[in-house]
Design a protein around this ligand. Structure first.
Ligand SMILES: [Zn+2]
Length: 202
């Protein structure tokens, strides 16, 4: 019998779902090996956040890519690849990860507004343009749910627990999808991340 959703109970119930440690039904494919690959974006979304310490707002692109080796064979994919327009200095020159990504597509455009930047990124993704980049595997553990769990104050100082642990690249044995955290001894998932986007000729 169908119910009218407007007549469903409105009283709060004791929560049985474990929201804090929710396990989504999904597959975690083994991370792609460290190396230089061809990336084909399959999706991009954008996020806008206020900058810290009075800096302007930051536009972040969150993309997924299929990854191919030099013979054109698909070796896996990368999700949650993030690149923002926040500027930082590289060799005393102001750059941004978003500009690195645009240059990896051979785009040397001087986009003045966040909308122009987002539209430029989206147009390359929508056109299915590939780019080259170096990926590295990494694992991270904030010791969640243990006595070592990292807790910080508003200004970032460690209040209790231990600093997060992380390990990158060749320090992770090949083919491992999880590594043991030496601090809390929980397993940390190994993820492949883009470490360096390679500029393409314009
Ligand atoms: Zn840990």
């Amino acid at each position: 019998m169908a119910v009218d959703i407007n007549n469903l109970p409105t009283t709060a119930e004791e929560v049985e779902v474990d929201y804090d440690n929710y396990a989504d039904a999904q597959e975690f494919p083994p991370p792609i090996a460290d190396g230089t690959w061809t990336f084909k974006p399959t999706k991009v979304e954008f996020d806008l956040k206020d900058g810290k310490n009075g800096h302007g707002s930051v536009l972040t692109a969150i993309a997924s890519h299929d990854v191919f080796n030099d013979t054109g064979e698909k070796i896996g994919s990368i999700t949650f690849d993030r690149f923002s327009d926040k500027t930082f200095e590289r060799s005393n020159v102001k750059v941004s990860m978003m500009n690195d990504q645009l240059r990896a597509w051979g785009d040397r455009g001087r986009y003045a507004s966040k909308q122009e930047r987002a539209q430029a990124v989206k147009s390359h993704v929508d056109a299915g343009e590939t780019f080259r980049a170096v990926s590295k595997r990494e694992a991270y553990c904030g010791h969640k749910g243990t006595s070592f769990e990292t807790k910080r104050s508003e200004n970032g100082a460690l209040i209790s627990g231990a600093e997060p642990w992380n390990v990158k690249g060749s320090k992770i044995p090949a083919g491992e999808s999880e590594v043991s955290c030496p601090v809390c001894h929980q397993n940390a998932r190994v993820n492949a991340r883009i470490d360096r986007r390679i500029p393409a000729s314009a």
